[in-house]
Design a binder for this molecule. Structure first.
Ligand SMILES: [Zn+2]
Ligand SMILES: [Zn+2]
Length: 293
């Protein structure tokens, strides 16, 4: 990982003197504040295909969308929910998450993953506006579900020490960029102070689902419960990996009085992609599967 000072220097240099694309190395033709070429940006496509209607995980079963009479038996972990007619993954069927729905723009891999890293670890702030446009698409996907015309937007907070180190909360920057765009039916109000991160947490990599929950328990607190009583909240983060963080945040917000919580992220770890990584390296696999949880 690049140090704080050199990260800023590198980001500043690339902004002032664009030379090569920071992702593929191709020379940049247009002068842009973001040192990433059009080809790399164009390759960051939205997620397509069968997804869990609650958490957005990839449904791997070919029977997940089948309406046939034997579809439920054909796959023990995935099936259509009979009331809504929408597919849910095994985890969401066993235990409904504390949020209504999590929507992500793209898969957390290749270029999109690198672009998020440019923002987070190399302080290339102009990346936030591109990521914000992607987040806006994830928000668009949730819009029909909002019951009210006013929704509070809460970025997942950083611990104060990490905030000082990085100089910004990437989730808040991305949320701000997204909210600059026009939304037809809903008025969003950015409310960054409603949630606080009191405790720093260890990396979730390699932990079991139970260990991850234990690791994150007590890390977040609701700061102003009176402001969220009865309100709908859109929780925003850069990446949805295991869902442990957003689930814990949603649980805290609900307990503080929020009527409903929705989740929008720029990217999401997907099962199929995690399985692809498995073939490449066995050690990495265990970590990726744990992260994809
Ligand atoms: Zn490129
Ligand atoms: Zn699910």
């Amino acid at each position: 990982m690049v140090s704080w000072a050199s990260g800023i220097a590198a980001g500043l240099f690339a902004t002032l003197f664009p030379s090569d694309c920071r992702l593929c190395g191709a020379p940049l033709i247009n002068i842009s504040r973001l040192p990433v070429c059009e080809d790399c940006l164009g390759a960051m496509r939205p997620i397509t295909g069968g997804l869990c209607s609650v958490c957005g995980e990839r449904l791997v079963s070919p029977f997940a969308f089948s309406a046939g009479p034997y579809s439920a038996e054909a796959c023990s972990t995935e099936a259509r929910s009979t009331e809504s007619g929408e597919a849910r993954c095994g985890l969401c069927r066993r235990l409904a998450p504390p949020y209504v729905k999590a929507s992500a723009y793209g898969s957390y891999e290749s270029g999109l993953r690198e672009l998020i890293h440019l923002l987070k670890y190399n302080q290339v702030r102009p990346a936030a506006s591109v990521l914000g446009r992607m987040l806006a698409e994830a928000i668009e996907d949730l819009q029909p579900l909002f019951a009210r015309s006013e929704v509070l937007v809460v970025p997942v907070p950083l611990h104060s020490r990490k905030m000082r180190q990085r100089g910004f909360n990437q989730s808040e920057l991305i949320a701000r960029a997204a909210l600059k765009l026009k939304f037809a039916a809903v008025r969003f109000q950015l409310s960054a102070g409603l949630l606080e991160r009191r405790r720093e947490t260890k990396s979730q990599i390699g932990l079991s689902r139970h260990q991850r929950r234990e690791n994150i328990r007590g890390a977040f607190v609701a700061a102003k419960p009176h402001e969220m009583a009865g309100r709908e909240i859109l929780l925003v983060d850069d990446v949805f990996t295991t869902g442990t963080t957003v689930s814990e945040c949603a649980r805290i917000l609900r307990r503080a009085g929020a009527s409903k919580v929705y989740v929008a992220t720029v990217a999401r770890t997907l099962k199929a992609e995690a399985q692809h990584a498995m073939r490449e390296s066995e050690t990495e696999t265990r970590l990726t599967m744990a992260a994809a949880g």
